[in-house]
Ligand binder design. Structure first.
Ligand code: MN
Ligand code: MN
Length: 469
């Protein structure tokens, strides 16, 4: 009877009850690489740069139209410095389809306004910001922040800016009112306690020049920027400068099983994809890994997943084999690798526990996302899910199925729909996250490891190649 019960019930279990000592070591070893990745990848540009570095050391070379390609060749292409696509060429023709894992490397943050530098009353200088993606504004006050991005100067050169992430660097911060004087603020709702316009970043305080002059602190800050980067105030017009958390990723908990840090939505999945692809030798079908930009604001623009850059890249590969792009897409499969909301016992009322992602329970498999009746969701096909289940089970992947919170509690989307629109079989998978979209998000090392294993199993479906581990 016990056997029959076990056979009939579906009971997800804690991943640590399902693995051996050896796998535990592998999980913690991967966790170290993962933290290094997070520390190099605070913006999409930085993530792409670090990805190129890792890819090149794993044998990937820049793709050029017309280059001869054979099975096992490893290529990549960078879209405007903010998105990257990598591929390992398969044995089969592209007419048989490709296997894609798509994650995004942008994350919620504060972007500088076009004209940000302001001297406030009291002779303090701030940078005005417009937040990017879904944030709880109060979470961005009174923490150390870094400034990162590029400035395109009038002379055509582009300078990199990164202040606050290296040991000894100064940092920036958004100030908050002290509790002693916080009576008015504390009476407001959490959504209104800190306004978007109040997310101004403290960046200077020493005046310079004749005391009769105005804006002496602003002048002093501009002078420093000019000395350091050769820029003037007008150069802010052609800059992409972001304010991101300054602190590095670190272990969380006595047992060190969790990683805390910024931007794990969705760099946990980007890392898993890249780790999985780097381990692939010669797949049956061409294996593709995408780091997309702009997911947090709707996957728009030339670097987002709605852009035809992806189609252009795959079309170029197809041309070399005399295959039509739509024939390739029609037989292709995609894992939209994006994080899920891990069950949080402190806010249990927002979740329906039996259909929630749980930290340490392995990769989450998400048939649909969306909100108010699955609106905006991709809603994967049962047959496709069936094939994937078999592949994940055969590879010993620990995973569980979930959706995002209670029905009508809210919702969210991913790049899945945009891949589905291309007539590519697509499903969401990912790493469960606690405190998603906060400056300090938390994920489980086991879940990152299992997502890596799952994506590798996906790339190697119907292949004879031994799993490298
Ligand atoms: Mn995401
Ligand atoms: Mn997100």
């Amino acid at each position: 009877m016990k056997d029959l019960r076990e056979q009939l019930f579906y009971t997800p279990k804690n991943g640590y009850d399902r693995i051996g000592e050896e796998q535990r070591d592998a999980i913690f070893a991967l966790g170290e690489d993962y933290k290094a990745f997070l520390n190099h990848a605070r913006t999409e540009r930085a993530a792409v740069q670090y990805c190129v570095q890792l890819a090149e050391s794993a044998g990937f070379v820049p793709y050029r139209e017309g280059m001869p390609l054979t099975a096992g060749d490893r290529i990549y292409t960078v879209n405007r410095g903010k998105a990257i696509m990598l591929a390992v060429i398969g044995r089969k023709s592209l007419a048989e389809g490709i296997r894609i894992a798509a994650a995004h490397v942008d994350a919620p943050r504060l972007d500088l306004k076009p004209l940000p530098l302001t001297q406030e009353a009291g002779e303090l200088c701030t940078l005005r910001t417009h937040y990017y993606g879904g944030i709880k504004k109060y979470q961005w006050t009174a923490i150390p922040l870094a400034l990162q991005g590029v400035v395109a100067l009038r002379d055509g050169s582009v300078v990199d800016v990164e202040i606050g992430t290296h040991p000894g660097d100064p940092v920036f911060t958004v100030t908050d009112i002290l509790p002693h004087l916080g009576k008015d603020q504390m009476a407001k709702s959490a959504a209104e306690a800190v306004t978007g316009e109040n997310l101004r970043v403290l960046c200077g305080s020493v005046p310079e020049g004749d005391p009769k002059d105005s804006d002496r602190v602003r002048f002093a800050v501009l002078k420093l920027l000019n000395e350091q980067y050769g820029m003037t105030e007008a150069d802010f017009l052609s800059a992409e400068l972001s304010i991101v958390p300054a602190f590095p990723a670190c272990d969380v908990g006595f047992d060190r099983a969790l990683v805390g840090g910024y931007g794990q939505d969705d760099r946990s999945c980007a890392f898993a994809e890249l780790s999985a692809l780097a381990a692939v030798k010669v797949p049956e079908k061409t294996a593709v890994c995408i780091f997309a930009d702009k997911e947090e604001i709707g996957s728009v623009g030339a670097t987002g997943m709605q852009s035809q850059y992806f189609d252009m890249f795959i079309a170029s590969l197809c041309r070399a084999q005399g295959v039509a792009l739509l024939d390739c897409f029609g037989r292709s499969e995609c894992l939209s690798a994006d994080v899920s909301a891990a069950y949080d016992p402190l806010y249990a009322e927002a979740y329906e526990k039996s259909n929630s992602a749980v930290a340490n329970y392995g990769m989450s498999l998400v048939k649909y996302t969306g909100s108010r009746g699955k609106s905006g969701s991709n809603d994967a096909n049962a047959e496709y899910l069936g094939r994937l289940r078999r592949a994940f089970d055969d590879a010993g992947v620990v995973y569980h199925c979930c959706e995002l919170g209670k029905v009508d509690q809210g919702g969210g989307g991913t790049v899945a729909g945009f891949m589905g629109n291309r007539n590519i079989e697509t499903v969401d998978v990912g790493v469960p996250v606690l405190s998603m979209h906060a400056p300090f998000e938390v994920v489980s090392k086991l879940d990152v490891y299992m997502t890596t294993r799952a994506i590798r199993a996906f790339y190697m479906m119907d292949s004879d190649e031994e799993d490298g581990e």
